[in-house]
Design a protein around this ligand. Structure first.
Ligand SMILES: Nc1ncnc2c1ncn2[C@@H]1O[C@H](COP(=O)(O)OP(=O)(O)O)[C@@H](O)[C@H]1O
Ligand SMILES: [Mg+2]
Length: 222
C-alpha cells in the first residue's frame, strides 16, 4: 500500500499551497478516484506520487516504509492526460519497447491481451490506431513496467461515448493486481466503479459527495 501523510506542496510562484497536508491511501484492490475542478491540483498530485515533483512536506510510505521520489518513480506508472500526444515510437512495437530493450514477445503479448489489443500489428504507426486503441496502448506501455501503483490522469478526457466505455471497462480488472488512482474532472462518468472517492478542494482531500460515485455492490455491477 502507498500512503501519503500530510503531503504539502507550495511552489514559491503561487500564493496558495497546491496541496495542504493531504492524506491518501492507495491499496491493491481498492481503486481510488480523486475528483476536482480544472486547476485544483490533480495532475500535481500524480506528479508528486510518481516522484516527478518533490513535496515540500509530509511523507510517502510504501508498505509502511518511507519512499523517496526516486523509488516512487519505479513503483509508479503514470499515464498522462492525452497520452497519445506523447507517443515517441515510429511503430506500436517501438512504443511498447521504449526504455526496455530486453522485452520478450511473451511479455508484450500478455500486456496487449490485458488491455484488449491482442493481435494488433506491431509494425503500424501508433497514430493509425483508433482513439480507444491509442489509450490502451499508452496503458500497455506503463503496464509493461509492472508498476505497483497505476496513476491515470483524466483517462476519459476527449473520448466519445463508446471509446470512453471501452476504457472504463478496463479499470476494474486493472485494479485487481495493483493500486490504482484515477483523477478526473468528470467523476459522474465513473459512478459505481470506485470504492473510494475524494474531492480535491483548496488543496485538501474530502470525501466526494454524492455517494453515487461509490461502488454499490462488491462486484461493481450496481
Ligand atoms: N511547480 C509549480 N510551480 C508553479 N505552479 C504550480 C506548480 N505545480 C503546480 N502548480 C499550479 O498548481 C495548480 C494546479 O495545477 P494542476 O495540478 O495542473 O491542476 P489540475 O490537474 O487539477 O487541472 C495550477 O494553478 C498550477 O499552475
Ligand atoms: Mg490536470
Amino acid at each position: 500500500m502507498l500512503e501519503l501523510q500530510a503531503v504539502h506542496y507550495h511552489p514559491a510562484t503561487v500564493p496558495q499551497p497546491v496541496l495542504r497536508q493531504a492524506n491518501l491511501k492507495l491499496a491493491v484492490g481498492t481503486p481510488v478516484l480523486v475528483a476536482g475542478r480544472s486547476g485544483s491540483g490533480k495532475t500535481t498530485l500524480l506528479e508528486l506520487i510518481s516522484g516527478l515533483a518533490e513535496a515540500d512536506g509530509g511523507r510517502f510510505l510504501w508498505n509502511n516504509e518511507p519512499v523517496a521520489a526516486r523509488q516512487r518513480r519505479w513503483l509508479s506508472g503514470l499515464v498522462f492526460q492525452f497520452p497519445e500526444r506523447h507517443f515517441l515510437g515510429l511503430t506500436v512495437g517501438q512504443e511498447l519497447r521504449l526504455g526496455q530493450r530486453r522485452l520478450g514477445g511473451e511479455a508484450i503479448d500478455q500486456v496487449l491481451a490485458q488491455v484488449g489489443l491482442t493481435g494488433i500489428s506491431l509494425q503500424q504507426a501508433p497514430e493509425r490506431l483508433s482513439g480507444g486503441q491509442q489509450r490502451r496502448l499508452a496503458l500497455a506501455v506503463q503496464l509493461l513496467r509492472n508498476p505497483r501503483v497505476l496513476l491515470l490522469d483524466e483517462p476519459t478526457a476527449g473520448l466519445d461515448w463508446t471509446v470512453r466505455e471501452e476504457v472504463l471497462g478496463l479499470l476494474d480488472q486493472l485494479a485487481r493486481e495493483r493500486a490504482l488512482l484515477v483523477v478526473t474532472h468528470e467523476p459522474e462518468l465513473f459512478a459505481g466503479r470506485f470504492s473510494q472517492a475524494w474531492q480535491l478542494v483548496d488543496g485538501g482531500l474530502r470525501p466526494l459527495l454524492p455517494a453515487t460515485v461509490l461502488t454499490m455492490a462488491p462486484d461493481g455491477s450496481s
